[in-house]
Design a protein around this ligand. Structure first.
Ligand code: FES
Length: 64
């Protein structure tokens, strides 16, 4: 589903970026995706998706 219509960013892309880059804030997430930089209507939804994904991620990743 498209979350940021201005930039054509989907929730799937946001979830992938969160899992890959582990952003600590919305500002950090914006370094990886063009979100919320035009009309700004998507910012709350993007934040919510980011939080959902961060909570769902395991605290430690197993190595090897
Ligand atoms: S919908 Fe994301 S900046 Fe407009």
């Amino acid at each position: 589903m498209y979350v940021c219509l201005c930039n054509g960013v989907t929730d799937k892309k946001i979830r992938q970026a969160v899992r890959q880059f582990h952003p600590q804030s919305f500002q950090q997430l914006r370094k990886f995706l063009p979100i919320g930089n035009q009309c700004g209507k998507c910012i709350k939804a993007c934040r919510d998706i980011m939080q959902e994904e961060l909570v769902a991620m395991p605290e430690y990743q197993e190595i090897a």
